[in-house]
Design a protein around this ligand. Structure first.
Ligand SMILES: Nc1ncnc2c1ncn2[C@@H]1O[C@H](COP(=O)(O)OP(=O)(O)OP(=O)(O)O)[C@@H](O)[C@H]1O
Ligand SMILES: [Mg+2]
Length: 447
């Protein structure tokens, strides 16, 4: 089942063979060594397994072996096997960084149980390291750096994004809320030949219909009442770069026709002018809704859909890539701890398994908020959960949820009420009720 081996060190042949048999019966691959020096040959940061060693041995003893092993990799779980009654020694070794200890004589089950837990921990360490290495590699490759995850779905998505980044084609990105559509769009832009040119994002759902046309295409002075000066639209701002049309399914039908013309002709005509302005840009559109279905229902133009979906990328929801959740959560924790300048709390394999089994309808955004809560010490239920009436508990929970979301969104009111799925007004009312001020949640360097 597992490729992660157990290094088992004991100078006594009987105990060594017994240990080897116990572990083999439990389906755990073993490398048995009679001497500490032999075990050291296997130990490096790349060693995927754990170390189990007897303490009292001729030559290099178990504590010296542990010290050298931890010098090579401070995260390596080391399990010490102590003689009966060596409690002081055991306690001392724990202080020196042992993962656990087992007292001789031990039951085979106990050995297997302790090793399995250590292996779980080792696997997580290795996974997080691989993810961090992937993220750190980012200067060269923004797509690998931003779209982390070892699931097949993510590997495929990265490959698609990289292939598309090299082309000029427009792209449609579909996916549920919080799956990273905007992150993908930005990474695609950053990996493309247009990287040095602007990336301009517009959320089509956030604009009233009356403003949208001029917002997209710009207008001449006097184009409509109140248009005193010439104004560039998003298309012109994005020239040479990438225009990100978020929530494109919210564009009203009449404007969909103009958008189609702009995409087909690669030119726009600002409101109140007759002059077409040629465009050199890539359009990336995003939608939470299945656009083909929207088209089938008559809410979206077929021809615009065909124009956009030459390349369609689907962002997989977390529920379809649960194997990515533990690693992703630890990366998000590390990011949140850096943002708030707080230590990373210990995360047990149990807790990660629990996270991986949840549904996460808000996807990465929700997972990010959970990491944020953990960093701010606002774990599920909140501090008030032991006492107080239900209403108080719910108020406390609501407050921490809003605080964590504000924090995750760097104090952006809009991003916060969107993430929470409430109205702007409701958010303001709740912030006032709980005494929360947005300025407290802006990053320090911008405050
Ligand atoms: N691979 C990732 N690694 C770390 N954080 C991520 C990743 N993908 C997304 N996020 C974070 O998750 C949140 C949501 O991402 P994003 O805004 O791209 O989602 P979306 O699909 O556009 O959602 P919506 O449909 O609600 O607009 C953001 O805070 C983003 O920083
Ligand atoms: Mg988005």
């Amino acid at each position: 089942m597992t490729q992660t081996p157990v290094l088992f060190v004991d100078d006594e042949p009987d105990l060594r063979i017994a240990g080897e048999q116990t572990l083999s019966l439990a389906d755990l691959p073993v490398i048995a060594c009679a001497r500490a020096e032999a075990a050291l040959d296997h130990i490096s940061p790349a060693f995927p397994g754990v170390l189990v060693t007897d303490i009292r041995m001729p030559g290099m003893d178990g504590t010296a072996l542990m010290a050298e092993a931890l010098r090579r990799d401070p995260d390596l779980p080391v399990i010490l096997v102590t003689g009966h009654g060596d409690v002081d020694l055991a306690v001392h070794s724990m202080r020196l960084g042992a993962y656990d200890f087992i007292e001789k004589p031990y039951a085979p089950d106990r050995l297997v149980q302790v090793i399995r837990r250590a292996l779980d921990k080792r696997r997580l360490t290795m996974e997080v390291r691989a993810l961090k290495a992937q993220a750190a590699d980012g200067s060269a490759d923004p797509i690998s750096a931003q779209l982390i995850g070892r699931s097949t779905a993510m590997a495929q998505l990265r490959a698609q994004l990289k292939a598309v980044a090299e082309t000029e084609t427009d792209v449609l990105i579909e996916g549920a809320t919080g799956t990273g559509k905007e992150v993908a769009a930005r990474a695609l832009h950053a990996a493309s030949a247009r990287a040095a040119r602007p990336f301009v994002a517009i959320n089509c759902a956030a604009l009233p219909e009356t403003l949208m046309e001029s917002e997209l295409f710009g207008h001449a002075p006097g184009a409509f009442e109140g248009a005193t000066r010439e104004r560039y639209g998003k298309f012109q701002h994005a020239r040479g770069g990438t225009l990100f049309l978020d929530q494109i399914d919210s564009i009203p039908l009449p404007l969909q026709g103009k958008l189609l013309t702009a995409l087909q002709d690669r030119a726009i005509t600002p409101l109140g002018t007759n002059e077409a302005v040629a465009l050199d840009l890539r359009v990336i559109a995003a939608s939470r809704r299945d656009l083909a279905q929207a088209a089938a229902e008559g809410a979206f133009r077929d021809d615009l859909l065909y124009r956009l979906n030459v390349v369609t990328l689907r962002m997989p929801p977390l529920a379809e890539r649960r194997e990515d959740i533990p690693g992703l959560f630890q990366i998000l924790l590390a990011n949140a701890s850096a943002r708030h300048n707080r230590p990373v709390p210990a995360v047990s394999p149990d807790m990660l398994a629990d996270l991986a089994s949840r549904d996460w309808p808000g996807n990465i955004r929700e997972l990010r908020n959970e990491a944020e809560r953990a960093i701010l010490g606002l774990g599920h239920g909140g501090a008030a959960s032991e006492t107080g009436r239900l209403a108080d508990q719910m108020a406390a929970h609501e407050r921490s949820l809003i605080a964590a979301t504000l924090s995750a969104q760097n104090g952006s009111i809009k991003a916060t009420y969107e993430a929470l799925g409430i109205s702007r007004k409701a958010l303001y009312e709740k912030m006032q009720k709980h005494g929360l001020a947005r300025d407290d949640f802006r990053p320090a360097d911008r405050a």
